[in-house]
Design a protein around this ligand. Structure first.
Ligand SMILES: [Zn+2]
Length: 71
């Protein structure tokens, strides 16, 4: 269902390839101490991604698609 997509991001608007906010799906271990990541996190293609350079907000697949075109 999900796959690691947290690399090769490129903003389709400003072509920036760094500085993004990405919604992810993660498993967190909650116990008596502070919660911590229990496994890798994943981003699905239709999760939200925001470019911090130009404030463009879109879906993850838009950002990864732009990266494929550019490479
Ligand atoms: Zn941008």
């Amino acid at each position: 269902m999900t796959q690691p997509l947290l690399r090769n991001f490129t903003c389709p608007k400003c072509q920036c390839s760094r500085d993004f906010y990405v919604d992810v799906l993660a498993t967190v271990h909650v116990s008596e101490t502070a919660p911590c990541l229990a496994a890798d996190y994943f981003a699905d293609g239709d999760f939200t991604c925001v470019c911090l350079s130009c404030d463009y907000e879109g879906k993850v697949f838009e950002f990864t698609k732009a990266g494929e075109v550019q490479s």
